[in-house]
Structure formats: structure tokens, C-alpha cells
Design a protein around this ligand. Sequence first.
Ligand code: AMP
Ligand code: GLY
Length: 430
Amino acid sequence: MKLLVIGSGGREHALVWKLSQSRRVSKIYCLPGNAGTGLLAENADIPIRSIKKILQFVKEKKIDLTLVGPEAPLIAGLSDLFRQNKLLLVGPSKAAARLEGSKVYAKNLMRKYGIPTAKYAVFKNLYKARRFARLQTFPLVIKADGQCFGKGVAVCKSYSEASNFLEKILKKRIFGSSGSKVIIEECLSGQEVSFMAATDGFNFVTLLPCQDHKRARDGDRGPNTGGIGAYAPIPFLNKETVKMIEKTIIAPTIKAMREEGKTYQGILYPGLILTELGPYVLEYNCRFGDPETQPLMMLMKTDLMEVLLAITGKKVGSLKMEWRKGYSACVILTAKGYPGKYLTDMVVNEPKKTAENLQIFYAGAKREMEQIVTTGGRVMAVCSYALTLGSAIDKAYDSIGQKDIYFKNMQYRKDIGQKGLQKKLWENLE
Ligand code: AMP
Ligand code: GLY
């Protein structure tokens, strides 16, 4: 079969890498792709939001199935366009992708169907929002409704912080129409986990739970990023908790979407927080996580193509997932300055042969005259596999350095996976 993978991140390199191992796959195109996907697939330079051009490309190349990495094309309606043209695509319709596209939509759905999430109120009016915030206890979380590229959420420690953020969203309109509504919600505490399920709209299989690292600096300090490290599975998330998540969050969400007439097909990825009262949903994503997909692909034994065909063919009920025993850790090397303005055009040193069970997944990097040159903030993921989490973490870090995987001024967190190693957490949650 001929495939198209849409996107240009480490996630897409990992998906292409895994799909290229499938006997059912004869050719992969990646759009627009990166330095890594270019070795396994044919990259094509079409912007991911140009959904009509994508359709034309798929028809021209006679592509059998399309997998969408980032949310933007789904929110723009790529899935609907493909369905109208009787083409296979893994990803929800425009209406169902609102779960990620509008936080207000997602919160209202959770309230209506009793899916655990923080208490909240929605406002359009700055005066009313401020009056409500003033009466609350702090910290308090404020979220802009639409897509704000990771900048639309603030955990406010005081009323003055909340008031400033509300003004920026509702009056100064720093997020444009994405900020025409805000959510003010209660601040929850607990470990955050990424939990993904593959669904055909009726049945689902869950993927291994992962933990992302969103803050730029060690110890979860510094500004938010798109995610600069991950590991899977999570040692402190026991089977009972996984079952509880499936029962109280995944199954009811899929059922709710059906009842709303927006049957959800694709990857459903709620960001969760494990509170003392159980798992709560912080947000929904309508796609694979980045960088969580990189460790997941290192661990998945099942042919990913079988998973994709089960989703599009409504056969998820008979899909059996198999995983390698052990752990995968993923450290993202970022360009100096990221997540702010960052340096580009650094030459990447990649060893000719990487160690066994170690994989590099490129993101913001392109190939230029036999060299790999950085183009983005998140440049590459160094991703390992080992039987224990500790050795997986060591393996990833041991391969990073001037004589090994390196580029000038690279930055990365040194504590990826540490929360998974803390025995205390085990005891708290057992
Ligand atoms: P979101 O985009 O909704 O996932 O929010 C981004 C980040 O803000 C999350 O990863 C959390 O760290 C934090 N956050 C969001 N909502 C809450 C909440 N209700 N309580 C505590 N932290 C939150
Ligand atoms: N790792 C966070 C995300 O994919 O949204």
C-alpha cells in the first residue's frame, strides 16, 4: 500500500520509521517531512493547511491511506474532504476535532457526560470574568478557548496575575479569535500523564501511558514548550488506574461523541492529571502526541499499519496490541533560545552507526548537501529502549555529546524520566 504521513516533526519521523517496517507498505510520502523522513519516505513540499492541494497530491500519487500528525489539517476539515472523495484517512472529522480545537466545546462535553474534569466557568466579557476570578481561591487556571500553540493557558497565583491574563485575552486579543472566550477553572494537582487510544468510533485499544516534559528547564521550571522529553510506560501508573481511565474517560468520551453525532475516528489523546480523587482530563488532543509517539514507536510490536487499517475499517474490536517488555526514554535536543526565538543553521553531528536500541528521530532539521542542518526549535529526539527505565534513560543520555550526537549550542533537559524513577510516587499511588 502507498501511504502519506502529514507533518514534519519527530512524531512523523517515528511514525514513518515504524510504518516503513510494515510488509504491507510499499511506499511512503511525507508532507512536508524533515531530514529523517527524507531517508525513509519521499518528502513533498506542500503546506499542511492547504487541504485542497493535499487532496490533489493524494489523487495524483494514488495514495491508499493518509495519516495526519498535527491537529491543524484535521481542525481545517481534511478528514471530511477525504471522506467526500472516498479516500482513507486516519483522523477525526472537523466536527469531532473540535475536542482539541475548542476547549469550551471539550469542557461542555465533559460536563454533559460526567467525564471527570476541573470545575469551570466560561466568559466572553472581561468585567464578568474578573468579578468571578476575584471571588475564587488561588491558584486558578485561565485558558483561551482556541488554538494558541501552547501559550493559551496560565496557572495564576494571584488575582492580579489572573486579571492581567484575562485582559490580554479578552481585551488586547493577543490570541485573536482563539481568545474570544475564556475558561476559568479550578487548579488541580497531581502527576500529568499522556494517554492515547486508537478508536474507530465504537471500540478502542489504548496505547502505553506516557509522561511528557513540557517545561523548558530541569525540575519542571522555565517556560512551557511543545514537549521536550518523554518516556513510556509509566511505572507508577498501575493496571487498576489504566482500567479506571478507560472506564471513566476513554469509553465515555467515545460514546459521547457518537451520541453527539460526531463519531470519533483516529487517535484520541487526553492529557490527564492523576489527582487524589482519580484521573481528570486537562485537555483533549485529536492526534498522536509529540514527543510521546517517539517512545511508543520504539515499544510497539504490533504492525502500525494494522492499527491504522483497523481504525479506518472499523475493526478495532478485534485488534490485539503487543508491546516490547521494557521502557523507552526520549530526550529532545533543542536549539539555543527555544521556546523563544532560537538559533538555526547549526550542523548536526550524527554518528555513522548508532548503538543498538537507540534511534534518532529528527524534527527541526533538513538535509543540505550531505549535511544535516537545524531549522527548528525542537531539533531531534534521542530515543532509547532498554529493559529498565533507568537503563533506557542512561542509554539515551550516554549517546549525547561532542563525540556523538551533537550540534553547537544544543540544549536539553537532564532529568527526563526522573519522575518515573521516584519510588515514593509508587508508594503514594499503589
Ligand atoms: P492544557 O493545554 O489545557 O493541557 O494546559 C496546559 C498545561 O497547563 C497542562 O499541561 C497543565 O500543566 C496546566 N493545567 C491546565 N489545566 C490545569 C488545571 N485545571 N489544574 C492544574 N494545571 C492545569
Ligand atoms: N506532547 C504534547 C502534545 O503532543 O500535545
